[in-house]
Design a protein around this ligand. Structure first.
Ligand code: MV4
Length: 449
């Protein structure tokens, strides 16, 4: 079979996708903006097409430009990566209409999961526990709204159904904040998403952020690659992720994993996907589902040996998943540190020329990155420079291996959050796995300089 795929993304994930294509004998077309002509993956692609100027709206988000590039190069399919158009159902729809296979779930599935109320209803039907709250149309009468809120109890969250990933949500601490907070959240949701529908959730005050990786072929076969813990984050940007999540209640875990597979069957899911949960007091509470490959997918790969990007490509080519869940073995522990081009203290972006750099290496070390000595980090895109992933037999060995990998790694010419990672690898709370989603911002940074 001779196939050709267009990679509609940039940076490390474009490189990751080309590597997977090469292993499968798939030809690749890389598209790039005029500010990205020195991207590493362009050297490994079979063809390259400039799709527009530096502005993301005119390049990586420019649907007509991407579809034109796909036409000109005569590709079979389009790989969206993460970010940009990866969860844009209308892009998936346009790909299909133009005769290109969108590598991911169908546009209806993306649309359903993009609507967080619909996603919660689908999850509930599959037997997954969701955050308790209210997700029907709200009544007009403020007194009735107050009654609904009282039933849930304070504090509560108001969330936009078109939001997600921390966008379009507001914490309501007491009844005095309810009606004004509701109006503002709805107005903001209207402005941001063109959809003012909101729902209420009980506030889960100090959870861990646990997610479950699934893979399904749209032909009735679905498997999971277990859990990841992504609790170390700042302003909804994950910084460290690991697999598996440690110290989970085994009964809740087993039930939740099985229900996730049930959800895949229920909606005949096709592609890779992630179900996100807040985990507190031994309970998993579903919050949302991502219908794309995620930045942190390597940690799940490293503990299972299962290549998620190759799976995406094979599923899109119509190849069924023959691997049975019972044949997936989980071995050891993996951690990913996201190295960003930003000031380690104040987090301001730090683009510019990398004058010198050296990647880490050795047993159990993986370096997923597009950077090289002499590469200039453009200021127009996200600040992710590299993902350092270590795998070892235990969590504590994995932390030691990461410490060593971080010691080897250096980047000169720009600022990075390298030192933050080094300090976190020595942090006692992180070391004991006692951290929650609030730890980094509320506790760790208090002592950090
Ligand atoms: C919540 C929550 C507490 N209670 N929902 C933020 C991102 C979005 N995916 C959901 N988020 C949250 N939803 C209820 N009902 C706290 C967060 C939250 C959070 C979640 C995961 C990881 C980091 C977080 C940081 C702040 C808030």
């Amino acid at each position: 079979m001779s196939h050709k795929v267009l990679i509609a993304n940039r940076g490390e994930i474009a490189l990751r996708a080309i590597r997977a294509c090469k292993e499968l004998g798939i030809k690749t077309v890389a598209v790039y903006s005029s500010g990205d002509k020195n991207l590493k993956h362009l050297k490994f692609a079979d063809e390259t097409v400039c799709i527009g100027p530096v502005s993301p709206l005119e390049s990586y988000l420019n649907v007509p430009a991407i579809l034109s590039a796909a036409e000109v190069t005569n590709v079979k399919a389009i790989y969206p990566g993460y970010g940009f158009l990866a969860e844009d159902y209308s892009f998936a729809e346009k790909c299909d209409e133009s005769g290109f296979k969108f590598i991911g779930p169908n546009s209806e599935t993306i649309k359903m999961m993009g609507d967080k109320i619909t996603a919660k209803n689908i999850a509930e039907k599959a037997g997954i526990k969701v955050v308790p709250g209210y997700k029907d149309a709200l009544p007009e009468d403020p007194e009735k709204i107050h009654a609904i809120a009282n039933e849930i109890g304070y504090p509560l969250m108001i969330k936009a159904t078109a939001g997600g990933g921390g966008r379009g949500m507001r914490l309501i601490e007491n009844k005095d904040q309810l009606i004004d907070g509701l109006e503002v959240t709805m107005q903001e949701a209207m402005n941001a998403f063109g959809n003012k529908v909101v729902y209420f959730e009980k506030f889960i005050s100090d959870p861990r952020h646990i997610e479950i990786q699934i893979v399904a072929d749209g032909k009735g076969n679905a498997i999971h690659l277990g859990t990841r813990d992504c609790s170390i984050q700042r302003r909804h940007q994950k910084i460290i992720e690991e697999a598996p999540a440690s110290d989970l209640n085994s009964e809740s875990l087993l039930n939740t994993l099985n229900s996730c597979l049930k959800l895949c069957e229920d909606i005949n899911y096709e592609g890779v996907g992630t179900l996100e949960f807040l985990y507190e007091n031994n309970n998993f509470y579903f919050i949302e589902m991502n219908t794309r490959i995620q930045v942190e997918h390597p940690v799940s790969e490293m503990i299972t040996g299962f290549d998620l990007v190759k799976a995406q490509l094979k599923i899109a080519l119509g190849i069924p998943i023959t691997l049975k869940q019972s044949k997936i073995s989980f071995r050891g522990h993996a951690i990913e540190c996201r190295i960003n081009a930003e000031d380690a203290k104040n987090f301001t972006p730090s683009p510019g020329l990398i004058t010198k750099m050296h990647p880490p290496g050795g047993f159990g070390v993986r370096f997923d990155s597009h950077i090289y000595s002499g590469y200039e980090v453009p200021p127009y895109y996200d600040s992710l420079l590299a993902k350092i992933i270590t795998v070892a037999n235990s969590r504590s060995s994995c932390i030691k291996r990461m410490t060593s990998a971080l010691d080897e790694f250096f980047v000169e010419g720009i600022e990075t959050n390298h030192s933050l990672h080094q300090e976190l690898m020595h942090d006692e709370v992180f070391g004991k796995n006692k951290h929650t989603i609030n730890y980094l911002e509320n506790e760790f940074f208090k002592n950090y300089e």
